[in-house]
Design a protein around this ligand. Sequence first.
Ligand code: F6P
Length: 328
Amino acid sequence: MAIFNTNKKPKKIGIITSGGDGPGMNAAIRSVVRCGLKYGYEMAGIMRGYAGLLEEEIVSLNHRSVSNIINRGGTILKTARSKEFSDDEGKEKAIEILKKHRIDALIVIGGDGSYKGAARLWEKFGFPTIGLPGTIDNDINGTDQTIGCHTAVNTALDAIDKIRDTAHSMERVFIIEVMGNKSGYIAVEVALGAGAEDVIVPERPFDFERMCKDIKDGNTRGKVSWMIVVAEGAGKGHEIANTVTTMTGLESRFVVLGHVQRGGVPTGLDRILATRLGAAAIDCIRRQEYGKAIGVLQDEINVIDFKDATHKEFKHLDEFCNLVKILT
Ligand code: F6P
């Protein structure tokens, strides 16, 4: 097992984006790199997530490397999901590569899975890591928002506003799938923001009979169109659409918004969040505080242990779901 002298001041910092990308990651990279350079660190970019790290895809980053990216979606470092990195052998190999490149600390921008990898590097192998919450799913503890979520919600709302036009004109029920395999956060935000009639999330059981009865009752009162938002992990949208048609006799359509939500120009909120988080990551390394996940909670920078950052329970889920129904 690798042993590190974590009292030694780091000289070279690596930065990596991992897992699903999200708008605002580039703003975070820019902030990390420029703050790091300002405090005299050498900065290295690891390409294509942990997969690229295992392939030794490491580049040197300077001030200019991050010019003109604050407004761009995606990640200039690229990203990936890596099976090889998921076990301890993969992590030991990664640490050997980091050592070979004289990288003393690693800043990981990613979601739940990426955090677990970064946590293990620190907790089992003592390699200094810091996490920044980069995922559209908003499923990381210790931060009100993750980088990319705000933009993703707005992108989905933009699409649903357009669907509303055709739903109303053609008098249909639309089942709209948004991203979120284990997290219903995007779905409930989007349902509230779009004025949807119902929302189906992976975290809660759903009463389809009740929904179909509500649709039928509404139709009797003269209502002609419906927008039902379903999170990716909550069930098969086309089956839901078929059920609706069978049980209500109304025409339905199923739309998957999919990866559209992961791209595009980051909103101001995501850029600013990412920029603050990037600076805070460098501050953490200057204090030689490692194994930490950084967030912004009630507008303040918040630093917590990795172990407390994953498995977020969305505390307003019931409130949001109920509000969607009340407003229907
Ligand atoms: O990054 C998170 C996320 O967008 C989830 O909402 C979604 O379930 C998943 O990534 C999709 O991953 P992939 O792009 O690898 O199919």
